[in-house]
Design a binder for this molecule. Sequence first.
Ligand SMILES: NC(=O)c1ccc[n+]([C@@H]2O[C@H](COP(=O)([O-])OP(=O)(O)OC[C@H]3O[C@@H](n4cnc5c(N)ncnc54)[C@H](OP(=O)(O)O)[C@@H]3O)[C@@H](O)[C@H]2O)c1
Length: 258
Amino acid sequence: MSEIFSGMNKIALVTGATSGIGEATALLLAKNNFDVIITGRRNERLNQLSARLKAMQVRNLPLQFDIRQKNEVSNAMLQLPPEWRQIDLLVNNAGLAAGLEPLHENLISDWEQMIDTNIKGLLYITKIVATGMVERRSGQIINVSSIAGKEAYGKGAVYCATKHAVEALTKAMRIDFNPYGIKVGSVSPGAVETEFSIVRLKDANANQKVYAGYTPLKADDIADAILYMATRPAHVNIADIFVLPTAQANATVFHKKH
Ligand SMILES: NC(=O)c1ccc[n+]([C@@H]2O[C@H](COP(=O)([O-])OP(=O)(O)OC[C@H]3O[C@@H](n4cnc5c(N)ncnc54)[C@H](OP(=O)(O)O)[C@@H]3O)[C@@H](O)[C@H]2O)c1
C-alpha cells in the first residue's frame, strides 16, 4: 500500500462485501478513489477481496463480523484504527431473503434471520457510523432497499416487510440527519443475479431457474447507481434510485422468452 494513497481519499464502508452487490460496489468505489472498509461473515471471501484491492493499490480494511450480533458490530467498529474512523460513506448493503412460501408455511427462523439482518443489523452499524458523521457534520448513507420495499408480493411477506422498513428508516434518517448535512438515500433493485436466490431458496442451482428466459441485472449495474449517488456535488442528494431489468415490469411481471 503506497503512502501516496493514504489520507487523500474518502473512506467508504460497505457491508456485505463478500459477494454480489456489495463486492461490486466495493470494487467500483475503489476504482473511483475511495478507500474501502469491507465487511461480511465469510473471512476467506473478505481476504480474497482485500488481496484483490491491494493488488489494485487500494487501501482497504477487511472487518469480519455477523451484523446480527450487536456486540460483534460494536467491537469491530470500536477497534477501527484511527486512520479509518472518519467514514464518509456508509453503504448498508448486507441483507437477504430467506424462504419463498406463503406466510403460514414460513420458518420462524427465516423471519428472524431477515429481521435481524435487514433491519436490526442495518440499525446497529448505522448508529455507530452516523454518530461520527453527526460529530463531523458530513457524510452519506446509502441503504440498499429493494423492489420489495415498494411492493408487497406473495410468498415474500417478511422480506417485503423488512425492505419496507428500510424505506421508512431511509426517510426518517434523512430527517434526523438533515441538520448535520448528511446525505441519506436508497437504491432499490429489481432482480439482480447474485447469490441472493441461492441463499433465498437454499439451492446452489437456484440461479439457473430464477433467471431463465430473461436478462437480470448484474451486481455492477447496482454498483454503478451507488457510485452515481456517491459522486454528486455536495448540494445534491439522490434520495432513491429504483432500477429494474428491462424484462421486469414489477415484482411479479417478467417478459420471459421460452
Ligand atoms: N439480488 C437481488 O435480486 C436483490 C434485489 C433487491 C435487493 N437486494 C438486496 O441487495 C443486498 C445485497 O444482496 P445480493 O443480491 O448482493 O446478495 P448476496 O450475493 O447473497 O450478498 C449478500 C451479502 O450480505 C452479507 N450478509 C448476509 N447476512 C449477513 C450477516 N448476518 N452479517 C454480515 N453480512 C451478512 C453476505 O456476506 P456473508 O454471507 O459473508 O456474511 C453477502 O456479502 C441485500 O440487502 C438484498 O436484500 C438484492
